[in-house]
Every structure is written in C-alpha cells, then in structure tokens.
Design a protein around this ligand. Structure first.
Ligand SMILES: *Cc1c(COP(=O)(O)O)cnc(C)c1O
Length: 354
C-alpha cells in the first residue's frame, strides 16, 4: 500500500550499534529518541534485541503505545499538568522544570502507590526548557527531598534546539558542577546526567566530552547518520534507512507554463514558471498534507519536483531513462523534518524492509 515509508531495519540496527559502542567506550549510555518514526511499535519490537536500555519520546502517546517494549521509557518533553496521570502510568522517568507539575506528579503517584522518577532540566544557555537560575534549581531540589512519591535521579540539559548553542567541554563541565551541588543538597548520589542530543556527538569525536556525563539522547544522528553540530554525515553510518515511496496516478505531456491569468495557487502562493516547452509530468498520490515537499529529494537525480498541493505532487520525468507507467513507484530520500512529518501522517504507511 502506498504512499509509504520503507524502513531498512538492519541498517537502523547497524546505526544504533555503531553509536551505542562509540558511547560505551566513553562510559555513556545511548538513549534512543524515537519521535522521528513516531515510536512505531513495529520498529521498536525489531529493536528489542539491541542493547539499548532506554527509549525516549516527547509525546506520552508514543510511550503509551509501547508498553509491551521491555525498555525504560523516558518522557523528554516537560509534562503538561493535564497529562500527569498518563505520565505516571506510561513513563518510568520524566524530564521536569516546574515545581507545580512535580507536586502534581507526586500527588498522583501517591494515589497510584508508586514512586515516579524525575530528571530536572538545566538551561545552559540555549533558552528552551530548564532552570537557568541555579538558586531556583537548588530550592526546588530542597522541596523534592520531602516528596515521598518522587525520586530525583539526575539532571539533563538540552542544547542546539532554540538558540543553536553548541555543547562544549566548558558548558557541560558547568552541568557537572551543578550536579555535584545538587547531590549535596539532595543528600544522595544522582547517577543520571544527560549531556544533550545528537549535537553532543562531536565532543566524543574530539575527546572533549567531560567525565561524569552518563548518557546522550540521540535521535537524528541514529536515523540519518548525521553529526548535527556541523550537519556532516558520519562516514561509517547508514544515511538511507528511510525512503518515501509514492505511486504515479497520472502521466501527461503538458506545457511548463500554465495557460491563463495567474492568481493564487494552493496554500495562497503566487507561483512563478520558467518556459521549458512541453514536458512529461507525473502526478504522485501524496501531497503537502503529508510532507513539506521542498524537504524531500527524488533518489533518481534526473527527476525534478515541480510542485504540489495538499494531496498531489507533480514531478518532471522528461529526463528520466526509465519508462514510467501508471502505478509505478517513485522513491525519495528524506531529511529529519520530512521523516517526522511523514511518520505522523496517518495516510502514509510504514513498511519494514528486512
Ligand atoms: C528531540 C529531542 C532529543 C533528540 O534530539 P536529536 O537532535 O534528534 O538527537 C533529545 N532531547 C530532547 C529533550 C528532545 O526533545
């Protein structure tokens, strides 16, 4: 069934093992961030045999649907007050930065008669989530000490997301200092210290990752084989695990410039056209409701995406050496944002290639 994302599961396992080994050599755990493929249960079942201990996602729904997966589940987006019951039920650990939410988690965990583990977020300057004021952080830890159904297990930071601030030996060492102080206040060892996302990988490469960081949370680097600090491909990794496959529903020769007075096209855009004469065009059954079509690239380099609307994508196949027919499938390479969007569309099937 089409359109679909085809997932090369062996290549995905190779990428996970490659990064997991690299991290292990530096005493780091790999936390697999699953949002790019919407934490597909089918995919995660295939990954159960890898030595990943944790899976993490921003959406509690993605953790909820994977209760049959035998890994620690971490909610890495700060919980909404309105979802704390689900957070307690479906995640083992949640990342937090608001006392009100932590108090509510404690109250509800008490009702469920469990101890919920939390990690506090520290903002080292990227200005997304987390405590930027250390005194506020320490005061909150003082309060958490008195909560019977909450256990603080450590700290985490997130970088290179809003502000583009890179992780460095220096700012991660600050995180370690903050953790040391936090331990003395909490009067317990904190053995979870999360040093960022895929943008922290380059520090390992440069031998600059400070001792004391215990894990990295990796999404994009795992699925695309990219070091996101500089957006360079990591040579030893696979970069073509996910492919979009869409089906041709019309092939016709048409002029390259529309005929008539030009107003607005779909999505309120004013299109511009270059006259290349008559061209052979194919329409694929996929559109802007499923993916931002500027973010996908045909695997066959002679094809060119001309445009699209909510449910159609038009490509120029004139220069192709293939003799395309109705019902044929065209493949596209994906970047991180197209993978996220396509995975989210319920009109796009997921197919595991073994
Ligand atoms: C998405 C996300 C990650 C993973 O980031 P990548 O750059 O894909 O490795 C890690 N941590 C948090 C909090 C996230 O939201």
């Amino acid at each position: 069934m089409y359109p679909r994302i085809e997932i090369d599961i062996e290549k995905l396992k190779e990428n996970i093992n490659f990064l997991s080994n690299k991290l292990k050599k530096n005493n780091l755990n790999l936390i697999l961030v699953t949002k790019s493929f919407c934490a597909s249960n089918e995919v995660l079942k295939e990954l159960e045999e890898t030595d990943i201990k944790y899976i993490a996602d921003s959406r509690i729904l993605n953790l909820k649907k994977n209760q049959n997966i035998n890994k620690e589940k971490i909610l890495i987006r700060i919980p909404m007050l309105s979802e704390v019951d689900d957070v307690i039920r479906y995640s083992n650990i949640s990342f937090n930065s608001e006392l009100d939410t932590i108090l509510k988690l404690n109250e509800r965990a008490k009702l469920f008669n469990i101890v919920h583990k939390i990690v506090l977020m520290v903002d080292l300057g990227d200005l997304r989530e987390g405590y930027i004021n250390q005194d506020e952080l320490y005061e909150v830890i003082e309060i958490i000490k008195s909560l019977k159904n909450i256990k603080l297990i450590g700290l985490a930071t997130n970088l290179t997301c809003y502000g583009g601030v890179l992780p460095t030996n220096k700012n991660l060492n600050r995180l370690i200092d903050i953790k040391t102080k936090a331990e003395s206040i909490y009067e317990e060892k904190l053995d979870f210290l999360s040093g960022g996302n895929s943008s922290s990988l380059y520090l390992i490469e440069n031998n600059e990752i400070p001792k004391g960081i215990t894990n990295l949370r990796l999404g994009e680097s795992v699925v695309l084989g990219i070091s996101t600090a500089d957006m360079n491909y990591i040579e030893e990794m696979n970069h073509d695990i996910f492919k979009l496959q869409a089906e041709i529903i019309e092939i016709k020769e048409k002029p390259s410039v529309p005929i008539g007075k030009i107003g607005f096209a779909a999505f309120g855009l004013k299109p511009k056209f270059e006259d290349k004469g008559i061209r052979k065009r194919a329409i694929l059954a996929i559109g802007k409701q499923d993916v931002n079509i500027e973010t996908i690239v045909p695997c066959e380099k002679r094809l060119k995406i001309l445009g699209g609307s909510s449910d159609h994508m038009i490509i120029d196949i004139t220069d192709s050496k293939n003799d395309y027919k109705i019902g044929d499938i065209i493949e596209f390479d994906l970047n991180y944002s197209s993978l996220l969007m396509l995975s989210t569309s319920e009109y796009v099937y997921k197919k595991i290639k073994k």
